[in-house]
Design a binder for this molecule. Structure first.
Ligand SMILES: NC(=O)c1ccc[n+]([C@@H]2O[C@H](COP(=O)([O-])OP(=O)(O)OC[C@H]3O[C@@H](n4cnc5c(N)ncnc54)[C@H](O)[C@@H]3O)[C@@H](O)[C@H]2O)c1
Length: 254
């Protein structure tokens, strides 16, 4: 019998972080449409509840839960919630991050450490808590990195350090957990989410013009890549950083 994309996640459970908006919310919709039971989490509990409700309204299976990914003590409870719901965990999407503008000489300790806690420490906390359950299901981890991990942009040192750390950690975890848990990162370029609300129109237009496909990304572009990396279609893919940026990072055009 042929397997259709609509059933790729049938019987699977996914725990999504930072999923009240943007890339995380789009991923919740995508995975649910492919048959997954999705546990939508975010520090913004109301937003997570709204996304879960929207998923259910479209016929998907979703629950929500408040989760501040920077809180190591909250993580085991979130993983247990998935286990108590369906008895399994097949995919962990570690998606938290935000821009922190400011050159190194302008950042104080709290800003630097706070940023690494959100975008890098949280990956450690989440993996530590979820590895046993993911391992039992021969599951997958997908982390949202950024092209800042592979390209230098003026003014974002903490963001680059955190996302670069994610790149190295993904490789390490993939080797560590081998055939038990596949671990990959999706590496978005510019994506039209909350992170871009304050971007001047001229900057958005310039970014689109420098992108070979001629536009900035939509959250759904990234969700599609997360869905691939977390699925059996990527059964032989681990330790990779999949760049999804419309070709921006490979273009030398001005
Ligand atoms: N949008 C882009 O251009 C772009 C590019 C590359 C990478 N990314 C990465 O994509 C990921 C998602 O960002 P987005 O663009 O969808 O932004 P977004 O602002 O739409 O969503 C971010 C979400 O993170 C949540 N969040 C913030 N702090 C949290 C915490 N401590 N615990 C749990 N949730 C928390 C927010 O409530 C929000 O729902 C981030 O890791 C970001 O670095 C985004």
């Amino acid at each position: 019998m042929s397997r259709t994309i609509a059933t790729r996640y049938a019987g699977h459970t996914a725990l999504l972080t930072a999923a009240a908006s943007g890339i995380g919310a789009a991923t919740a919709h995508r995975l649910a449409a492919e048959g997954a039971s999705v546990l939508v989490t975010d520090v913004d509990e109301e937003g997570a509840a709204r996304v879960a409700e929207e998923v259910r309204a479209k016929g998907g299976d979703a629950r929500h839960r408040a989760l501040d990914v920077t809180d190591p003590e909250a993580w085991p409870h979130a993983v247990r919630a998935a286990e108590q719901w369906t008895g399994r965990l097949d995919l962990l999407h570690l998606n938290a991050g935000r821009n922190l503008p400011g050159a190194v000489h302008e950042l104080d300790d709290a800003a630097w450490h706070g940023h690494l806690r959100l975008a890098l420490d949280s990956v450690f906390y989440g993996c530590r808590a979820a590895v046993p359950l993911l391992s039992a299901a021969r599951g997958a981890i997908v982390v949202t990195s950024s092209v800042h991990a592979v390209l230098g942009f003026s003014g974002f040192p903490a963001y680059a350090a955190a996302k670069g750390g994610v790149t190295a950690l993904v490789r390490q975890l993939a080797v560590e957990y081998g055939g038990r848990i596949r671990v990959n990162a999706v590496v978005p370029g510019a994506v039209d989410t909350g992170l871009w609300v304050d971007a001047p129109a001229e900057y958005r237009a310039r970014t689109a013009a420098r992108t070979p496909v001629g536009r900035i990304g939509e959250p759904e572009d990234i969700a599609a890549a997360v869905a691939f990396l977390g699925s059996a279609d990527a059964a032989f893919v681990t330790g990779q950083n999949l760049v999804v940026d419309g070709g921006r990072s490979i273009s030398a055009d001005e």
